[in-house]
Structure formats: C-alpha cells, structure tokens
Design a protein around this ligand. Sequence first.
Ligand code: TXA
Ligand code: MG
Length: 564
Amino acid sequence: MRHRDLCPKVPEGETRIIHPVTDEDYVFPAALLACGELVAFPTETVYGLGADATNEAAVAKIFAAKGRPGDNPLIVHVARKSDIPPLVTHITPLAQCLMDAFMPGPVTLVMPKSRLIPDLVSAGLPTVGIRMPAHPVALNLIRHAGVPVAAPSANMSGSPSPTRAEHVEKDLSGRIPCIVDGGPCDVGIESTVIDVTDSWPVILRPGAITMSMLEDACAKAGILPHGQPDSPAFDAENQGVPKAPGMKYRHYAPKAEMRIVMPESGDRKTQYLEAVLSFLADRGDGKLGVFCGNSEHEFLEMELTPEQHQQIIFYVFGGDTDIDAAARGLFDGIRSLDSAGVGRILAAGFVGAGLEHAYMNRLEKAAGAKRELEPLEADRDSPCRSVLFVCTGNTCRSPMAEAIFNKMAAEKGPFSEMGQPRSEVCLSASSAGIYAVNGSPAEAGAVEAAKNLFAADLSGHASRKTTDEMISENDMIFTVTREHAVILRRFFPELAWKIESFSEYMSRKSIILRADDGTVRKADLPDPFGQHRIVYEKTAMSLHAIIEAMWPAILDDLGIVAAD
Ligand code: TXA
Ligand code: MG
C-alpha cells in the first residue's frame, strides 16, 4: 500500500465519475486502488468493482459495498499475462493453452492460488479465478495501479450485472469513491469461468467463450484429452445443460415476472403477439415490457391498436436474430424495463450453442428467480433421513452406491435419534445423475456386480436426472468424483453447502482409506462404462469400502445412532 500522504481523498458518501481520455486520467483512480479503496471500472463483459486483491481490508470493502455474501469467491484481474504466475502455485499445460488462446478476453481460469491471494478473495477455496480483460480502460487502470485487482460485477447483490456506468451509479453511488466510465460494455454477459485445476476443463459458468472454442484451441496442441467419456465439461456443452429443466440457477430477481419467447419455425413474431394479447386480456391495465428485435417491434406496432400499444414499453436490442446485440442489451433491457414498473417482461429466446448458450443461461436465471419458491430445508423433525448419491448418467456408480448403502442400513439398523433411544428413524439412500436421461436401466455390468457381490437387485432401476427437489429434500448429497461435485454445486448454488464428493467429505472428516498394501486409496471413482466385468466389480468393492469408511461420520451428521 502507498504512503498515506500520497493517497487521494474522496469525502465519505461522494462518488467521483471519471471519463478517461489520456494516461493522466488514470492517476487518480489507480492511486485509490493502490491505497486500498474501491473503484468501479468497465471490462468488455460487465463493469467490475475493484480492490487491491492482495489487501484483505480493501477486499472486505467490496463485500460491504455490494451486500455480497462472503462465501462467493472473487475474480482477480491482471493487466499482463506475466502477472499471473505469482498469483497461482502452478500453471498446467491446459491453463497455459487457454491463456495463450483467450487472454485478454472474456474468460476466467480457476487455478490453485498462491499465498499472495487472501482467503477472503477465494472465499476460503484453495483456488482463485484469474482474468485478463480485453477492455483498454480496464487494462490501463490495472497497469497504473500496479496491483492485481479483485473484482466482482459492480452491482448490488440481487440486481443484474451492470453493463453501463449509469447502472453502477444507480446501485453504488455514495457507497464507493470512484466510477471509471468507459461507455457500454461490448459483450454484456459475464466471462466464461473455467476450472483448469485438472487435465480437463470444467465450465463453471457459460460465457462468450464456449466449450467448442476451448476444444478447438487446445485439441490440436494435444492438450485436451479428446472424448473423455466421463468429463462433465464435455457433457455440459454437448447436452446444453443449463437449458435443462430442474437445473436453474438463482441469482438476481427482476421485480417483473419474466417470460421467454422462443422462436418457432425460425420466427418469434406470432409468439410475441399471442403473449402480448394474453397479458392484456388477463391484466387489464398493467404495463408489459417487451425485449425484442427490430422487425418484431415493427410487427407488433402494426398488429396492435393504439390503446393496446400504450400498455407496452419496448426495449429493441437490434436485429431479431442478432445474438451479440441481444446479449449486449440484456441486462440494460431488464434494468430499464424493471425500473419502468412493468408487471411482466417478454424477452427474446435464442437457440444455438455459441453465445446463445450463455445468454439463455442468464435469461433463464432471471426468469427462474421469480418463479422459484425458497428451497425447502430438510425437515429435521421428519422420522426419516435420506442420502442421495450422484454420478453422471445414474446407470452405474450411483445406483450401486444406493444399493450398497441401503443394504448396510438394513444390516446396521434400526436407528434412533441421538439421545432419544426410543424414537425410531428410518434411513435410506437414492441416486440420480447430473446428465441422466430419465428411465434408463442400470448397466449390465453394474447389475451383475451388485448381484454377485452384495446380493442386491438393480434390475428394476430407472435412472433419474438430478432436480432441485432432490437436492432440497435429501439430508446429504454425495457425488462419486470431485468434478461431479464442482458441477452440481454450480447448478444448485443455494444448496451448494449440502453437496460434497466422497473425496471431499473424507478429507474434511480426516477419513483415510487404505488399500490392502497400506497405500492410500483414491475416493474418486472413474466411470467403468463399457469395461470388463472385473472393472465393475472393482468399482463396486471400492464403493463398499468408501461407504463403510464414511458410515460413522454420516450417522453422526444425520444425528442418528444405531438402536441397540
Ligand atoms: O466477466 C466477469 O467475469 C466479471 C468482470 C467484472 O470481470 N466479473 C464477474 O464477477 O462476473 P462475479 O463475482 O460477479 O462472478 C464471478 C463468478 C462467481 O460466480 C464465482 O462463484 C466464480 O466466478 N468464481 C470465482 N472464483 C472462483 C473459484 N476459485 N472457484 C470457483 N468459482 C469461482
Ligand atoms: Mg456477479
């Protein structure tokens, strides 16, 4: 931190707005940053609220200004790739490849953090998200400040990310000393967040850089293992996961109810007209917001009467099929229609695997936020306790875990509430898959192994896709690998605290599993799909050993004991 005499002062409650033109204009905001103060600045994605990432007291001000919960980690922004190595313990070949291909740009790479990064930045995680933005104002500011800059989006917690300096002003004016105005953001949707701590990339948040772009960039270099059968990253992109029902994120909640208008036979016009007429029929005198393209706007103007037209506030983003323009205008559109007091917003939906994917992810979050009810807390008074096992397709590892757990519960029960020996509590497990298709049978190898080793019958198993209800209603959720836990926590951020992999749970509880030769056994179980029967049997044996080792800790966490 600088000597205090060199630190600029901004009176409490005042917010200076800077429009930088020359290098000189960066001196003041950069000095604020270097002195441990907050500065909001533009990036090509959205505006960020920055603080010196190496100064814990400065970072704490971010959480206070935004009203952000401290368990959500911050992204650290740098101006040069050469500033990255000191912030991380090592750079894997995958990370290097993505740095070469996509930085500067709308991407954040999650890597193991070095000691320079305070725990407050990473929310206690051993990793840190690193981003080199492509906006010249951001790069100049960070370079002038001479420190890495921790910055979440510069909105109040609960409102959409800001894509214009005026949005930041609306949310944070009087709460931060300075906003650097660089005009509207070009991309309009936050960066793609990619976990690169292992040899496969896991997309934690979709953005303008898509999985197929990652693959293209790194497959040629031989960096990405092609077609890894169990890489959730590959599945996530191929199966368009965030569009799947039941995997809603909760984030900002517009005051208006949001409806997504999807194109049908290549066009959204008639869907808009029907949605407008149905709103006007039920709501009588309320206002309706319409986020649409140029020719959709013209079509509605022609079809509606002047009285009907008076009830509508339009936000026209550009050409009907221009996804770049729609993404750029999305948050501004939601903010401006919401502040105009509309009761419902009809927003253009897009189909496609590029930016459309990230756009739909944000739109569905905004629409879902209004629809969803608070998640049900597991009912502690209920006389049953339940555990959910999760893998990829729910046809092998998780059904075997379910069968093994239920068999153990039958053998080791009955159970009672801790300290209440006369109460009886039932205990059971079920299973689901992150990318499961509902209703598939268990794999033959799994059915066979369960039958031979544990006399368990998996022949009637029907796979299920993981849903909010399952995550809310089960007391404990275990995934078969760490990658599954990472993905599942992203899908259900509100309930992330409930979700752990076997390996994470065991390391938290200091449970060590040893093989016969005394070596420590890995608790992350690879998918035996399509392999020899012996591999299925080994997987089943490992699951048995893991569940048995975790058993006492699980009963303890569930607050139950075996009744004697
Ligand atoms: O485009 C962007 O990424 C913008 C601009 C300002 O750079 N920033 C942004 O920050 O969107 P924020 O804090 O609103 O969102 C960062 C996301 C969060 O969802 C957070 O959970 C995730 O990145 N994230 C950050 N560090 C992480 C880590 N170590 N592990 C997993 N997720 C992480
Ligand atoms: Mg944010």
